[in-house]
Design a protein around this ligand. Structure first.
Ligand SMILES: [Zn+2]
Length: 83
């Protein structure tokens, strides 16, 4: 069985659709058994979809909202720090 380290070193291969099916099967097996690596793959796939998406200039509203919230929090914290 693959370790998380093995999995992460094969992650690029896994995300590349040209990877041979044996390695892919091993990596897939690992995700099924390891929630941590599953999250990593899920996040990577979503990120790739954003960058390779059909509409490159459209940022999903949900992502934009989160980004704005994070920015506002950062700015608010900064103001507090200065005061
Ligand atoms: Zn793992």
């Amino acid at each position: 069985m693959l370790t998380c380290k093995d999995f992460l070193s094969g992650l690029n291969a896994f995300l590349d659709e040209e990877t041979d099916s044996l390695l892919r099967a091993q990596l897939e097996k690992h995700i099924n058994e390891c929630p941590n690596c599953w999250v990593v793959v899920d996040t990577c796939k979503k990120t790739m979809k954003v960058f390779k998406g059909m509409e490159p200039q459209a940022i999903p509203t949900e992502v934009e909202d989160r980004l704005m919230q994070a920015l506002r929090r950062k700015m608010a914290a900064r103001r507090c720090g200065e005061a």
